[in-house]
Design a protein around this ligand. Structure first.
Ligand code: PEP
Ligand code: MG
Length: 574
């Protein structure tokens, strides 16, 4: 019987292959009481399983494959921390001693207690970490069942398969990758889950949130997965299969063609030069940026060097990371953002609890409140300017006093390097992110004092529309085409162009094909995005004529009717 399921599209591409069901470690385990003489053996079973799970994490960390996303270390660190939480590492043992129950039951009870703690968080991102707790508990239970990790069926290696699971942790995905699954699908998950982030970075089609897929699909069912649309077709008929085979070969051909554009310049049909840069999180990411033809790094999110660790990186470690990125890009610009911590990116020892963390001590506000941390980073950044075309980018500026304080910090740090005779680029360019409406509306202040500006659309949209970007409940209201957002974007881009201040967009909008022509029409000439998107955006640029899109873009900007805006955008992209 053929049927179709719809889920959340997480990683694009079309896969046609047979289903391979992954055995699902349920947290529903039996509960029984053990005779007193078996208690010590039960505790030994637990200790062995706990140690084996720890070893599994350590070996995953030390053998992190090159294709794994930079964030992978942070995910593993989080899972290790969950495993070491006393509720999981000590609680089950105590419960067995106290209640003489089997260890699996004790783990289940302790996991439920830990999940309940996460459930209390108001922050959607933190609430979602209960998935990580369940994944860690499942790993521990697998060890106890004598089947560590997830074992792909060896006999199936001759045919391509799509892995069908109730849930997958980022660590599972990394382990499965060498098995060359054609795609991954899961019952649970959301677009912001860690699993989604890793699947995207592995470039493997993936759809999550398919609810009962694992129950409805049988081993060896033929599946079509459209990772772009979030559609799964089970046992398709011949006509559908033929249609998707065609779509799949077109998609593959397209990707091959796009790869050939790697060294081509991104010029519009009428000859305007467009710069396509990459967003990176760790220096290693520049390999992928170069492979995809990025001509610079438009946003190095330096806070990823600080996440998921006990000890913060010192000046030397930061300097090495920034220098590696700078020299790796071989003279191309590398724009490094000072750390944007706070809100959903907390670090140990500097946590701030606030009612509205996104409106609290975040990004430059936190830098100015933690002068020692900021000074250390600025020294490392300035020293790295000696080794390449490094620019410094300040996140989340909102007013002139913040800007002045920041510039004074930089001036003082330069002075201290001068005093010590340490070389750096005296002409280093300092830029600011425009991601708060107040900054967009008082742009001249920032444009006058800074060398360049970069629009962080992810936050600009969040703050303009008052929508928490991490909250699934209001995700449907997050609208880059809201007339207010379009007004701010166009205002910032045109003002910067008039004042001759370089302007780029480094939020997700820069990597979305639907908005490329609209941004070009507004006058944007520099885009920075997730590396894998560079070839597609380049192709769109190559097929765009600026004079031809001018009138339609103006019509979109004059409209305040959401439907009309969408209709016009469709025409613009036709
Ligand atoms: C943005 O806000 O658009 C941006 C690029 O910064 P981040 O997503 O890291 O907040
Ligand atoms: Mg931002």
């Amino acid at each position: 019987m053929s049927f179709t399921l719809h889920g959340i599209a997480v990683s694009s591409g079309i896969a046609i292959a047979y289903a391979h069901l992954l055995s699902h470690t349920s947290l529903e385990v039996a509960h029984y009481v053990l005779p007193k003489r078996f208690i010590s053996d039960e505790i030994v079973r637990f200790d062995v399983a706990l140690q084996a799970t720890r070893n599994e994490f350590s070996s995953l960390r030390s053998n992190r494959p090159s294709y794994a996303a930079a964030e992978f270390d942070a995910f593993l660190e989080l899972h290790q921390m969950i495993l070491d939480d006393p509720l999981l590492s000590v609680g089950p043992r105590e419960m067995v001693e106290r209640e003489h129950c089997n260890i699996e039951w004790a783990i289940k009870v302790q996991t439920d207690a830990l999940v309940a703690q996460f459930d209390e968080f108001e922050d959607a991102y933190l609430r979602e970490r209960q998935t990580d707790v369940k994944q860690v508990a499942a790993r521990l239970l697998k060890q106890l069942s004598g089947q560590p990790g997830h074992q792909p069926a060896a006999a199936r290696r001759d045919v391509e398969t799509i892995l069908v699971a109730h849930d997958l942790s980022p660590a599972d995905l990394i382990q499965f990758r060498p098995q060359q699954y054609a795609a991954f699908i899961t019952d649970v998950g959301s677009a912001t889950s860690h699993t989604a982030i890793v699947a995207r970075s592995l470039n493997t089609p993936c759809v999550v949130g398919l609810h009962h897929a694992r129950e409805l699909i049988r081993e060896d069912d033929l599946l079509i997965l459209d990772g772009e649309q979030g559609v799964l077709i089970v046992n398709p008929d011949k006509a559908i299969l033929a249609e998707y085979k065609l779509l799949q070969s077109e998609w593959e051909l397209e990707r091959k063609k796009l790869k050939r554009l790697r060294t081509a310049r991104a010029n519009t049909l009428d000859g305007a030069i467009i710069e396509l840069h990459a967003n990176i999180e760790k220096p290693e990411d520049i390999i992928e940026a170069k492979e995809n033809g990025a001509t610079g790094v438009g946003l190095f999110r330096s806070e990823f060097l600080f996440l998921g660790r006990d000890q913060l990186p010192d000046e030397e470690e930061q300097f090495e990371a920034y220098r590696a990125a700078a020299s790796g890009m071989k003279g191309h610009p590398v724009t490094i953002r000072t750390f944007d911590l706070g809100a959903d990116k907390q670090i140990k020892g500097v946590e701030r609890v606030a009612n509205n963390p996104a409106l609290g001590l975040r990004a430059i506000r936190l830098c100015l409140a933690e002068p020692q941390l900021f000074r250390t980073q600025l020294r490392a950044l300035l020293r790295a300017t000696h080794y390449g075309d490094v620019k410094i980018l300040i996140p989340m500026l909102s007013c002139v006093s913040e800007l002045n304080q920041t510039l004074q910090f930089i001036a003082r740090t330069k002075q201290s390097l001068d005093d010590e005779g340490i070389p750096y680029d005296r002409e280093v360019k300092i830029g600011g992110m425009i991601e708060i409406p107040a900054a967009a509306l008082s742009l001249n202040v920032f444009a006058r004092q800074l060398d360049f500006l970069s629009i962080g659309t992810n936050d600009l949209i969040q703050y303009t529309l008052a929508i928490d970007r991490t909250d699934e409940e209001v995700a449907h209201l997050y609208d880059p085409l809201h007339p207010a957002v379009l007004y701010l974007l166009s205002h910032v881009i045109s003002t910067c162009n008039k004042l001759d201040v370089p302007i780029s967009v480094c939020g997700e909008m820069a990597g979305e094909l639907a908005y490329t022509r609209l941004l070009l029409g507004m006058g944007l000439r520099q885009f920075s995005m997730f590396s894998a998107q560079v070839p597609s955006i380049k192709q769109r640029v190559l097929t765009t004529s600026l004079p031809e899109i001018a009138a339609l873009t103006q019509k979109i900007l004059r409209s305040d009717d959401p439907l009309k805006i969408r209709e016009l955008l469709y025409k613009l992209n036709a």
